[in-house]
Design a protein around this ligand. Sequence first.
Ligand code: PLP
Length: 361
Amino acid sequence: MARNAIATVHLDAIRHNYRLAKAQAPGAKAAAIVKANAYGHGAVAVARALANEADAFGVACIEEAIELRDAGVTRPIMLLEGFFHADELPLIDQLGLWTVIHNDEQLKALVAFAPRFTHSLSVWIKLDTGMHRLGFAPERARDLVRQIRALPKIDDVVVMTHFARSDEPEQAQTPEQIRRFRAAIEGLAVPVSLCNSAGVMAWPNAHGQWLRPGMMLYGATPFMSHNAVADELQAGMTLTSELIAVRDVAAGEAVGYGATFRCEAPRRIGTVAMGYGDGYPRHAKNGTPVLVNGQRAPLAGRVSMDMLTVDLTHLPQAKVGDTVTFWGPDLPAAEVAPWCDTIPYTLVTCLTPRVKRVYQG
Ligand SMILES: *Cc1c(COP(=O)(O)O)cnc(C)c1O
């Protein structure tokens, strides 16, 4: 039997979460964000699972779009950062992709290429309302919409922006970004898109015509605080492996590299086939929860490349071959993340190809 480090992807949960996102804004459409291999869940599998209902898919680059088209995904695919070089435009046309434009270089290239479009497409104009990463100055919205609409083969022009702090409902930055966005498009009859997952769940007055849920599709809450919609999310992944050794360690002995866990009393230590070579974070602290046969146990000692160690002293029945769960429906990735000084996004996205993906639902 091979090494059993497995990410079980719950496609039915991902469909449930997509529907939950759309239910927050009846009448709005939602681009299912499947960039970075669907946050580690497998972009092709996730796109196929949503093939009958996703209004569009969102990816970070043309390579990710090509992977989906090659797999037979026919729904609209949006390039969230647009094209990086003008030479991508013929392929964008050939594959029938949609594109964001966020800067003047892209605008110029799009205008120059437009007469050669053979497929019609949607172009999303990104405004920088305060994130200060990508986007045009908001006051240019009116002119940009007019200019893009005048091009041939343009189906739809959408105006979008992206929030910096929508996961912090008490912060004033999101209302300020919404205010700037509204001022920029005032009087324009144009579909708009502002909301990532946290926007979908916490900022209903910003829903607009297009939602862009990412993390919530995969079942993890982006909030540190309680959110009623997030309570209804279902985990999109269960990460498991097996105990491969169990030993008694005497008081005073330490476990693992750097001896960061010292046994104050005799301890029963289990070794699990999971490490940073699988994407499990090396900086997970002592005490990070895992489930051994469904019962909680704390990480004890530093995570190494292929293995990690857990304290089984309170679980005398635990034995070699038992299942260890790192996150899933009974242990949210969002609960594990703070132990690793990170957010659930990185836990699932950083899993390496060595972890076998198994699809359910
Ligand atoms: C990744 C991304 C999203 C999705 O964000 P989540 O927080 O995962 O929901 C939405 N919009 C844009 C532009 C993105 O790049």
